[in-house]
Design a protein around this ligand. Sequence first.
Ligand code: NAD
Ligand code: UD1
Length: 337
Amino acid sequence: MNILLTGGMGYIGSHTATLLLNMGHQLHIYDNLCNSNIDTLDRIKKITSKEVGFTQGDIRDTKKLTEVLINEKIDAVIHLAGLKAVGESTQKPIEYYANNVQGSISLIQAMQAANIRTLVFSSSATVYGDPIYLPYDEEHPTSPTNPYGRNKLQIEEMLLDLANSDNTWSIARLRYFNPVGAHESGLIGEDPNGIPNNLMPVIGQVVDGRLPMLNIFGDDYDTPDGTGKRDYIHVMDLAEGHLAALTWLKGNLGCHTFNLGSGNSVSVLELLHCFENISGNKIPYQVVARRPGDLPEYYAKADKAAKILGWQTKRNLTDICNSSWLWFQNSKNKKST
Ligand code: NAD
Ligand code: UD1
């Protein structure tokens, strides 16, 4: 298949790119590099020993996007491009709506112009909001609590309206839980600019000395050790979820929603201790106040993806910590050279 990957230079996109290339697909990445680095392209090529096309462009540039879709004879699109920081989305909501919602409208218009009707969309478990019950299944009511989550939900709803209005579309809305880990080569991983918000990148910055310690946001939750519990999913499992969805969509019309998670939850302290054991590093931490908006626990009911897509996670917490540790060591070397 000829696949266009919007946002393919980013964390999830670059890992997905290596998998798709290794599975024999032709790939073209479309990214404006607002949260990624051109070096990643060489790393993808190095991991796969395959050629990969790249266009630097904004998804809101419908004309450019249409030209790429037509010129590259694209069959299907995986749409990962977007801004993703929850806190920032509350400070710059219009920037988020413009980039994420307007950008997705532009992509759909370009796909219509290029007569492409197969789309996999990166959504998030954040669309569910406060849990009414756990685990979240795909039927759980949606009620996101921040602009980023509302962007995702609006795009999801737009895609459903689109599929209802035109029965030639095949769309998968993938709701990711907490992506972590890195490629087993140690060549690509998550390395956000500035001070990260998410747990694993914070641990990475403590390891390489950019941050003095980890602040644990509360140890008085109603969980066994008092710290928050999440459904962490290895980024290569997530990559495999995209491939499974894309393959399945080829024989199925309409708009479909799948949770991509492991179905289990792990606490902050459990993850920290696993990482410490694997890396042999003691991670200094202090317990601070709860972070506003954090939930005690959430995790996926992942049965639908298993039953319909034949996909489930294969990697465990040890794999997650091993690959993260390798990536942290490699990226530290990269920074000091
Ligand atoms: P990322 O920031 O590493 O990658 C996103 C990529 O999109 C970047 O390379 C960025 O340069 C590009 N981009 C952003 N806006 C663009 C635009 N207007 N035009 C072209 N390119 C643009 O993020 P990620 O973690 O890889 O996430 C990928 C997708 O998955 C995002 O849509 C995100 O919302 C979604 N998601 C991520 C998580 C997570 O925890 N990482 C969880 C749920 C959903
Ligand atoms: C966050 C986003 C969510 C997004 C998800 C993707 C918020 C409110 N939600 O979820 O929309 O889909 O990332 O990965 O931002 N923690 C600490 N110290 C830290 C960082 C985190 O103790 O420095 C704890 C948190 O309290 C939480 C757990 O670690 O219990 C995971 O946090 P994080 O990685 O930020 O993910 P989420 O909050 O689940």
